[in-house]
Design a protein around this ligand. Sequence first.
Ligand SMILES: NC(=O)c1ccc[n+]([C@@H]2O[C@H](COP(=O)([O-])OP(=O)(O)OC[C@H]3O[C@@H](n4cnc5c(N)ncnc54)[C@H](OP(=O)(O)O)[C@@H]3O)[C@@H](O)[C@H]2O)c1
Length: 324
Amino acid sequence: MRAIVTESFGGPEVLQLLDVPTPEPAPGELLIRVSASGVNRADLLQRQGHYPPPPGITDIIGLEVSGVIAEVGEGVDDWRPGEQCVALLAGGGYAEFVAVPAGQVVRPPAGLDLVSAAGLIEVAATVTSNFTRVGLAAGETVLVHGGTGGIGTFAIQYAAALGARVFTTAGTAAKLALCRELGAEAAFDYHEDWQGALLGATAGHGADVILDVIGAKYLTANVDALADDGRLVVIGMQGGRKGTLDLSTLLAKRGLVTATSLRGRPVAQKAAICAEVAQTVWPLVETGTIKPAAETRFPAASVAEAHRHLASGDAFGKLILTWG
Ligand SMILES: NC(=O)c1ccc[n+]([C@@H]2O[C@H](COP(=O)([O-])OP(=O)(O)OC[C@H]3O[C@@H](n4cnc5c(N)ncnc54)[C@H](OP(=O)(O)O)[C@@H]3O)[C@@H](O)[C@H]2O)c1
């Protein structure tokens, strides 16, 4: 099979399309013939050597795919070859075939074309599992940082569908406008005083929940922006990993700070999250309540261009590689 292989760490030029052995499904796994592979920011980090795969996982990059079942491993009885699917992966998605535990494979939402479906499962699994973790409820106020990224476009729509008041940050006027189109009540320029703007927009209440992709750089400001009993969940470290936490502020607010990573979770947890996504998110996609993020498609051979585009900061929504 063809796959995107990295023989060294570095810039987008280290990504090469090469022939490699096709994986075989182990018992409990499915082999997928890949139609399209989602591109995630984590892929850029892995290419640079900053985000190694968990033990036992292929070093081929790629956290999500769509495709059709090519082979059914021993002990899997609810899938047949030829069925369409999407899969959440710990790695291996930048390839024509990938073997994956059956629990991490679900049928795509009805009516969604298979290429678009490739960019949905990673963000859906990340956002739903984190909103569940911090108990986001209808009527609460949520702040989503980076509202037009892959995570942000989904998080705004999903939080709105849950009945939350959604506020968000973004970096340009065009992106701020898109956040509002996606369902945010207001969007704040992160180059300006977004924290003051949030407090102003919520009459001093702040955010009951903050979904943060920045990490250290925003830790103090995020805690300051929390409402009483507020919950901050950090899922990205684009602004560094070591910050200062003012415990007196957190204590006075009875606040909660938590952080999670989806990739390294045990297979059983990922399977439960995928099942929840299929049960709760897919119907919202099928009714048009949640629209898949705007996507930019690249042939797999142009993967370096896709990585450059994502790194440029000019991308909206998701980038997808197609295998044709
Ligand atoms: N922990 C997990 O399980 C998990 C899972 C998936 C993703 N992630 C992480 O989540 C992050 C986002 O992933 P993604 O796939 O959505 O990436 P993406 O599509 O590249 O989006 C990155 C987002 O970050 C925003 N951003 C950059 N600087 C910012 C700042 N100073 N303040 C506020 N927002 C800022 C960007 O906003 P502009 O475009 O407006 O500049 C953009 O919306 C990444 O760090 C990724 O590694 C974590």
